[in-house]
Design a protein around this ligand. Structure first.
Ligand code: SF4
Ligand code: SF4
Ligand code: FES
Length: 225
């Protein structure tokens, strides 16, 4: 296997030479950055590594996840581990699963201009504009289902001309959907009751006292539904 060729990139405006086959995140570490913010799972799941970038051959600003993108020759980027966004506080038990609740907390949803910029920038390939359209219709179930894979990276909000915070609207819809529409999992409630009553204490003590081998055996032989 040959050695990767070296390319120049710009991290926050400073030029670095890095291997051409590394991710943006690895390129930062290769260049000496110690990642304290903007790095979590390294696997595309936590949404901590939002990145804004441009490549020399394209006028457009692009967004992506630093742990998932391979560097490109001459690219320049900055990190956005957090995008400024006002998260509303609410008691989910006091809200109905309807448009009134969404509009009360996030009235700005009606400002969407249908440009689809949010969808184009989403690293999870979520139809963000579609779930925002569903929010405007008050279709809580559609918002909840369409936004299910959201990792809260904030990249959709970073490009929205209507200054929406799509992912907070989506998480509200998912909470409302879970609270009001999804049937209660009876077996879960029963198990919690058993735990509270202490009827699993003996079994639990045995597990806590087990060695690694015993735990692995127990796990391998578990009942799978
Ligand atoms: S919907 Fe927005 S916050 Fe969620 S993953 Fe897509 S870009 Fe990130
Ligand atoms: S980027 Fe903003 S204005 Fe454009 S479709 Fe998405 S939510 Fe609507
Ligand atoms: S570090 Fe978690 S998504 Fe990139």
């Amino acid at each position: 296997m040959g050695q990767a060729k070296m390319i120049y990139i710009y991290i926050m405006g400073k030029k670095y030479e890095v291997p051409s086959d590394v991710t943006v995140m690895q390129a930062m570490e290769y260049s000496g950055y110690k990642l304290i913010r903007g790095c979590g799972c390294r696997g595309g799941f936590c949404g901590a590594c939002g990145t804004v970038y441009r490549t020399p051959d394209d006028f457009r600003i692009k967004v992506g996840l630093a742990c998932q993108m391979v560097v490109e020759k001459g690219m320049q980027f900055i990190q956005t581990p957090f995008f400024p966004a006002n998260k509303k506080k609410y008691d989910i038990g006091e809200l109905n699963a309807d448009l009134v609740s969404l509009m009360k907390l996030y009235p700005e949803i009606s400002r969407c201009v249908g440009c689809n910029t949010c969808t184009k920038g989403c690293p999870q390939d979520i139809e963000v504009m579609d779930y925002m359209a569903a929010a405007i219709r008050g279709d809580i179930e559609a918002v909840a289902k369409l936004s299910f894979d959201c990792i809260m990276c904030g990249l959709c909000a970073s490009r929205c001309p209507a200054e929406e915070v799509q992912y907070y609207v989506a998480v509200l819809a998912r909470r409302l959907y879970a609270k009001h529409a999804v049937p209660i999992a009876r077996h879960l409630a029963d198990k919690v009751k058993e735990i509270e009553e202490g009827s699993l204490d003996e079994e639990m003590s045995k597990i806590v006292a087990m060695d690694k081998e015993g735990l692995e055996k127990l796990y391998d032989n578990r009942d799978i539904e």
